[in-house]
Design a protein around this ligand. Structure first.
Ligand code: NAD
Length: 354
């Protein structure tokens, strides 16, 4: 196995692994460990080139630093990618990946991401302890989705207070795109609190199942963005907030758990100009990462402590909205400012300890 370094400004460590025996070609990017070890998922994609993979892993690792800083997880930001076709997975490949993760000496902790499942991570775990999000039976934190949904609900309380001056869900109309693991649970939580829930999903069977079980109103996915509602909650995929879609919106707030909802950063401004409050996705969807991060606190994973920390998403969003008003920033910029403030505080504290 050959591990080599790639020098990238602004990143603590970026490493490449080539293992001819297993065929592994992978990259690990450790962006920042000021606040703790860098946690971020492993994805596997048939990238066209190493440059393309490097671009992806660098962007994602930095995003994890900000997400963990705002969520106050006590973790830093990192990410890893395997260059290759997920159809060609093998035991040897993930064993080699485990040795690569282990070579980072605990400064990088891996987790699930695109095209990587728990079964793959169980193999990685045979070579390194620096793996998170495995099954609950193995002492890990288990499936993050219900925690993400719970965290999103806490964030929505802050959104309701900001727009309607009261965190009351009763009678408010929530439109959810995507009712999978996270969106489906969020829809249930909202209904339990007296909200009117409207759902859409490209999976017709899933919509029918939830409609029958909970009596949600359903609308076709096509054209759903112009359905009048109070809060639009994207819970399916990224880049859905863009020049074409934002003019269609008939809501007062956008707040959901999908990753990378803005097609471009400037779309946060477009929403603001339209008078729509945007809850930055990585702030409101941090419940899963907070839960996973609790595996690495002294004493090990504790669900009650994790839930208490996830409830903090409410306060984090309140802070983001306050900063946005105070400094005349859009909410995306305000979230970044909050992350930078926490990183600076962490750097100062680390410097004092030295
Ligand atoms: P999932 O695959 O369980 O559910 C996604 C749902 O969206 C599915 O029901 C799917 O049919 C639907 N969907 C996909 N494309 C669609 C489209 N074009 N229009 C309408 N519906 C569509 O995934 P999930 O775990 O619920 O994650 C949902 C989103 O939340 C993703 O963006 C994910 O990255 C993000 N997220 C998830 C977690 C987590 O803990 N699972 C944490 C943070 C962020």
């Amino acid at each position: 196995m050959d591990i080599s370094e790639i020098q990238v400004d602004g990143y603590e460590r970026v490493a490449r692994c080539r293992d001819p025996r297993s065929g592994l070609h992978a990259l690990i990017a450790i962006h920042d460990t000021t606040l703790g070890p860098a946690l971020g998922g492993l994805r596997m994609l048939p990238y066209a080139s190493e440059d393309e993979a490097l671009f992806d892993v660098l962007r994602l690792a930095k995003g994890m630093t900000y997400k963990s800083a705002v969520a106050d997880t006590g973790l830093g930001g990192g990410k890893s990618v395997i260059l290759g076709d997920p159809i060609k997975k093998s035991r040897a490949l993930f064993e080699a990946m485990g040795r690569f993760v282990d070579a980072m000496g605990g400064r990088y902790i891996t987790a699930e991401d695109m095209n990587i499942g728990i079964a793959d991570l169980e193999i990685v775990r045979t070579q390194t302890r620096w793996v998170s999000g495995l099954k609950r039976e193995s002492g890990s934190s288990g499936n993050p989705s219900p925690y993400t949904a719970w965290g999103c609900l806490q964030g929505l309380r802050a959104v309701l207070e900001e727009v309607w001056s009261a965190g009351d869900f009763r009678g408010k109309r929530f439109l959810l795109q995507g009712v999978g693991a996270v969106g489906g649970r969020l829809a249930e939580l909202l209904k339990e609190r007296g909200a009117h829930v409207i759902i859409c999903d490209i999976n017709a069977a899933r919509v029918k199942e939830l409609q029958q079980k909970h009596g949600f109103e359903a609308v076709p996915d096509e054209g759903h963005m112009s359905v009048p509602c109070d809060v639009y909650a994207p819970c399916a995929r990224g880049a859905t907030l863009n020049d074409e879609s934002i003019p269609l919106l008939r809501c007062k707030a956008v707040a959901g758990c999908a990753n990378n909802q803005l097609r471009e950063p400037r779309h946060a401004d477009v929403l603001r100009q339209k008078g729509i409050l945007y809850a930055p996705d990585y702030v409101i969807n941090a419940g899963g990462i907070i839960n996973v991060g609790m595996e690495f606190v002294p004493g090990g994973y504790d669900e009650a402590k994790s839930m208490a920390k996830i409830d903090g998403i409410y306060g984090a969003l309140k802070r983001v909205f306050a900063l946005s008003k105070e400094h005349d920033l859009n909410t995306r910029e305000a979230a970044e400012q909050l992350a930078e403030m926490r990183l600076k505080r962490g750097r100062d504290e680390n410097a004092k300890r030295r």
